[in-house]
Design a protein around this ligand. Sequence first.
Ligand code: NAD
Length: 256
Amino acid sequence: MTGILAGKKGLVVGIANEHSIAWGCAKAFHEAGAELAVTYLNDKAHTYVYPLSKQIEAPIVLRLDVREDAQMKALFDAIEAEWGKLDFLLHAIAFAPQQDLQGRFVDTSRVGFLEAMDISCYSFIRFAHLAEPLMKDGGCLLTTTYYGGEKVIPHYGLMGPVKSALEGSVRYLAAELGLKNIRVNALSPGPIMTRAASGIANFNELLELARQKSPQHKTIRIDCVGAYARFLVSDEARLVTGSIAYVDAGYNIIGG
Ligand code: NAD
């Protein structure tokens, strides 16, 4: 297989269905020649993820709930046994309990805050810890954030501060792992209608506002996110680390 990711081994976490940002990235990685391990959250998700894993000929397909340490360890053990190394990983997951996500941020429960931080932020730090020994020749850790971590976006609520913490984690991980040639970056796509997005109140309004206000007046597509992700995990981006990479038709430069 030829392509800028030929010979590379990558882990993709976050495919729920064919609308997932992780799926747009997995397709781009596969087309560029990477071999991929993919995960699914539970039995229900397996129904959707398994046929997609076949399309990209993934040799490793494992169940993973990031709250389960044993499943995290089993995944990295399987990667080590199959490949003996890992070149890149994509972390494209997020969760916040509905009640906390749709309420006022000021009313956030401790349980809801901790669960959202654990799944959406801490898991990325844990992935970095588990991937480091497998990235002997360097590698790339990529996560997914949103502009609501930087500026206040209506209805994004609890997920805003969680994404701020994730973006801070990208910078601290990048600083610590730089000398090992392990790069750490975040993609920041504009709004895309996915299962996770459907949990955000008035998401259609957010989509329309982003389209109207962005310089390009375009709706964001997962294949465009995948194209940027493919570049970031490739050796072409060998000097890119600690960055937030917007795929938002320019929305982030517009004030007011
Ligand atoms: P999605 O629903 O397709 O993907 C979310 C994934 O998170 C699912 O695969 C789900 O199984 C996984 N997940 C949730 N809890 C988990 C757990 N405990 N363990 C393992 N996996 C778990 O939605 P998406 O929009 O593709 O979301 C992917 C990422 O992109 C998220 O971090 C999201 O915040 C981010 N993002 C989304 C948008 C958007 O508008 N859709 C914009 C910017 C950033």
